[in-house]
Each structure stands twice: as C-alpha cells, then as structure tokens.
Design a protein around this ligand. Structure first.
Ligand code: F6P
Length: 548
C-alpha cells in the first residue's frame, strides 16, 4: 500500500497559502484579536499539568488546517495500529509497544498471536521482589554486607531514560546510591574503579542487544576487576545482573538465568525506561513510585488514544512543531526546564526525537522533500538566561521553545521559587511580546540622537513562540505523563512526516567503520584506506604514539 506524501495533500497546499497570509502577523495582534485565545489554546491534563500553547504563531484556521493534515495522513488509524501491536516498525518487522508496558494488565495485547501482558506482569513482579530485597537489605553481597550502590552500565536508551528519571525523582529516592556508567572514555570508568566498593555494589548491565561495544567493554572490565578481587565466579551471582532481550549473550557473559531481567524486541531502546530497563529507577524510588510513573504515562496514553484530535495535547503539540519546522523552516527546538531536577530532560528528548525522526527516506523508500526532526537542544532555563537567551530574544533565528516548570518546589527556601517562576513567566512573555508592554517605549521621542541610536540595540521585536508546561509538582505521576506526552508528540510528527520513527539505521555506519579503524589502531600493521583526511589523522595518531 502506498503511503500518503504529506506535501501532496490538500491540507499541505492550503497550509502553504495560509502561511503566506499569517507569517508576518505578530503575537500582539493574535492576542488583540482574540480575547479567548488563552482559553482556546490551553489544556489542563488530569488537574496536574497545565499546557499553554497560546503563545504560538497560529490562529484557529492554522489549527483546523493542521488537523485536516492529520486526517489526511491517517493519524487516528496509525495511533490505533501502535496501541494494538501492529508491526509499525516495518524496516525491522516489529511491533512498537512501550505503551503496553504501562497498561498494567488492563487488557490483552497480542504480538504474533501471543498476549504480551502476562510476560510484562511476570517481569514487573520480578523487579518488585528483587528491588524490595535490595532496598530492605535482605540481598547481601558476597561478603555478607548489605547492598548500598547500584551501577547501571548502559548507553543511549539504556542510560538516558533511567538516568533522567532517577535524577528528576530525586526527592523520592531511598538510601541507595545510583550511578550511571555509559562512556567508553576510560575517565568515567577510572574514577569509578577508584572509589568502588565491590562488596556493597550491584551492577546492572543494561543493553537490549547485549552487543553494544561501550557497554559490554565496560562491563567486562568491571567483571574482570571484580573477579581479580575475590577470585570466585559464584560470587558474581550476588552482584551482576543483565537487562536485555538477548538472553543467550547475557548467559554467555556469565550472568545466571535468575539475574536476567528480560525485555522484548517490541520495546524500542529510547522507549525502554518503562520496561525492566527501569530497574535502576525501581531500586532508587521503590516499586510503588515506579507504578505511579507508569500510571501517569498510561493516563496520557489513554488521552492520546481516545481524545479527539482537536483536543489531543500530544497531537496539537506535534502539529505545531510541524508548522514551525516545515513552514517557518525553523531548524531547532529548545527545551528549557525551570526545575533543576529536570536538567537531564532535554538530553532525553533529544534522543527520542532525533533518533526517531531524524530520517531522510519516507515510508515509500523515497527521499523526503520536507523537513523531518528539528535539532532538539536545551538545558536548565534559568542558567540559559545568562548564556544563550540573548540569541533567543534578538538573534536572527526563529527558535520555538518549550518552557517547563513546577509550581511546587521540593525544597522551598525563602523566595527562591518565586524568583524562579517570575523568570519563567517573564521570559515567555518577553519572547512573545518584546518591549510592547513596557511603558518606556515612548521615551524614544524625548531623547537625544545618540540615545535614539542606542535604543535600537535595546529593542525587542518579540513574536518568538513558546509552549508553557506548568506542573503542579514534579512527582512520579506527572513525570510519567510528561514523558509520554513527548513520546506521542514525536509519534504524531513521524506519521505526518511519513517516516519510520522506530528504527535507527543511521547509527550503524559509524559503528561499523569504528570497528575497522579500531583494529588498525591496535595492530599498526593493518592499514586502513579511507579518505585522505581520515587516513592522515590515523597516521598522525600512530606517528605521535611511536615518537612519544
Ligand atoms: O546506537 C544507538 C542505540 O542502538 C540506541 O538506539 C540504543 O538506545 C543504544 O544504542 C543502546 O543499545 P543497547 O541497549 O542495545 O545497548
């Protein structure tokens, strides 16, 4: 079956005409002309998260045309296909069922005629039992001591999600220390080995494929150090665990069967924190809080699956993203959490969006003639104000922003939270309206020539769009919902862009070439033959090592 080409749809053509009509309209005028604009474009999710999309360069016609586009691209059917386990990851012939992981046994979901829910429940129960033993000190290390440290060894989706959630939910954490080891650069490993106390530490080797070089190399080095210290393979059973879909490779590594926490090929790496890949989360915040995280995501799933498109928060956010990315040709999207605990959130969404939708071939196998994923970037907002916000306000690029904050601080001290939030509100206002509301705008008329000149540099034109996400409190439920919201936004965009959001072939070539170069670095005699730049860089490396 041929897939619909987005730019050939009627709605895309209408959007192109509509864009010409509204591209220069200022947000000041959008607000002036519609006194219900905020009410029209803001949503309260489960009385927990307020999402305000009114500061976007859209009007009701924009939204209705974008919704028409969603209809023409069969978004509703595609949403059902994902939830019911159809093999929508067609380049790998896999279902995409991270949503089943938070379904908590409410209904059966079949893959190849087999209900996946009993498997999910089995692994969840295993995570519960194991985590309780560790947290309550019933699981002892080889020398009889209680476990105090958890080390997750993994990279990409096997690192970013658990790390981000563990950090975000820090106020819910217990006494256990959790570390994340991802980098193959031995600096991280070196520092870790210096301080690690093997007797009280467990290692979670987290790799869906169990073939990722960074993870397996680091895990092997740690295993060797461990065995050097106590020289007893049996004692590994107390300390080494695998989280993987590749059971054979984990057994070959030396992990005993009981210590393997399974996941399945229908869980994408970047969507895996809800699976056994979330074991480090369960260990650090406890099973009940993990269930609340799943519950938040589940409620967002229900909203995404059943709410009509015109009120569907992830759908609307996805469509507005397409509007900027393909009509305004904005290249990037910024995520700025005004909450220290969410500092890893932009990196997490970066992988979700850019690995999912950073594609240039459409579902028909043709080169796309439209823009796919924007570059996602960001960091803690308040710090950004003192570094890159200058460009947001007065630079030449249009950068749509997502502002995220929590009303309630877990650690209120004096008026810090009010200062933080006043900045959050001020920035979205200043970006949208520039100096418009400032009384001193008329000052220009009375000042001398040089002052008029300098005034030009102080001018803020505004009209810079943003979404505001205001959480009542950053708790497991709200975080689960927020993550799922972004997942579904990205899904929506993948459907509109007519690409496969669930493979990641683009990361393979570099891995293959690095294997070849690695051999040449180790065995100098083996020459490589790439381009003259790469060959010369490798030669420089060899020469330097010889003459050092
Ligand atoms: O190289 C990219 C990638 O395949 C990601 O998609 C994935 O999250 C990461 O590597 C880790 O993969 P694995 O869990 O198989 O080690």
């Amino acid at each position: 079956m041929k897939n619909v080409i987005p730019i050939h749809t009627n709605s895309w053509k209408k959007l192109t005409i509509h864009f010409e009509k509204i591209k220069d309209i200022h947000l000041i005028d959008f607000f002036k002309n519609d006194n219900k604009r905020y009410q029209r474009h803001s949503f309260l999710f489960q009385n927990k998260i307020l999402i305000d999309m009114s500061k976007n360069r859209i009007d009701s016609e924009t939204i209705s045309l974008l919704l028409e586009l969603a209809e023409e691209m069969n978004l509703s059917n595609q949403i059902s296909s994902m939830f019911t386990g159809e093999k929508i990851n067609f380049t790998e012939n896999r279902s995409v069922l991270h949503t089943a992981l938070r379904n908590l046994g409410e209904s059966s979901i079949f893959v190849d005629g087999v209900d996946v829910m009993p498997k999910i429940s089995f692994v969840l129960n295993k995570m519960k039992t194991f985590s309780e033993k560790i947290i309550h000190g019933k699981w002892k290390g080889y020398s009889g001591k209680k476990i105090r440290n958890i080390v997750n060894i993994g990279i990409g989706g096997s690192d970013l999600g658990p790390k981000m959630v563990t950090m975000a939910l820090n106020p819910y954490r217990n006494h256990l220390n959790v570390f994340f080891l991802s980098n193959i650069d031995s600096t991280e490993l070196f520092n870790f080995l210096k301080v690690n106390d093997f007797e009280t530490t467990i290692f979670l080797i987290s790799s869906k494929t169990f073939t990722t070089k960074e993870t397996i190399t680091n895990a092997t080095i740690i295993k060797d150090c461990f065995l050097k210290r106590n020289n007893c393979i049996k004692s590994m059973e107390k300390h080494f665990f695998a989280i993987t879909a590749n059971i054979t490779a984990a057994l070959d590594f030396g992990i005993v069967k009981n210590n393997i926490f399974q996941l399945w090929d229908w869980v994408g790496g970047r969507y895996s924190l809800w699976s056994s890949m979330g074991l480090s989360i369960v260990l650090s915040i406890g099973f009940d809080n993990f269930i609340k995280l799943l519950r938040g995501a589940y409620d967002m799933d229900m909203h995404f699956q059943y709410e009509k498109l015109s009120n569907n928060i992830p759908v609307l956010l996805g469509l507005i993203g397409i509007w900027y990315n393909n009509f305004f040709h904005s290249e990037t999207e910024l995520i700025v959490p005004y909450d220290q605990y969410l500092s890893e959130f932009p990196s997490y969404i970066q992988q979700s969006s850019m690995e999912s939708n950073g594609k240039n071939i459409d579902k028909n196998g043709n080169h796309v003639l439209w823009n796919t994923s924007p570059v996602i970037w960001g960091s803690v907002g308040i710090n950004g104000q003192h570094s890159f916000y200058q460009l947001l306000h007065q630079g030449t690029r249009l950068i749509p922003c997502d502002f995220i904050a929590s009303i309630f601080s877990h650690h209120p001290i004096q008026n810090n939270q009010e200062i933080l939030l006043s900045n959050f509100f001020a920035q979205t206002h200043a970006l949208a309206f520039g100096n418009f509301f400032q009384k001193n705008m008329n000052y220009k008329n009375n000042c001398i020539e040089n002052e008029i000149y300098v005034e030009k540099f102080k001018y803020f034109e505004g009209n810079r769009p943003s979404n505001s996400f205001l959480l009542k409190k950053l708790d497991p439920y709200s975080l689960g919902a927020l993550i799922a919201l972004y997942e579904h936004k990205i899904f929506t965009q993948g459907i509109i862009l007519n690409i496969c959001s669930f493979d990641q072939w683009g990361v393979e070539l570099g891995k293959k070439i690095s294997d070849d170069i690695f051999n040449s670095l180790l065995y100098r005699t083996r020459s490589v033959n790439y381009d003259s730049s790469t060959n010369s860089l490798i030669k420089f490396y060899h020469d330097y090592k010889v003459h050092k």
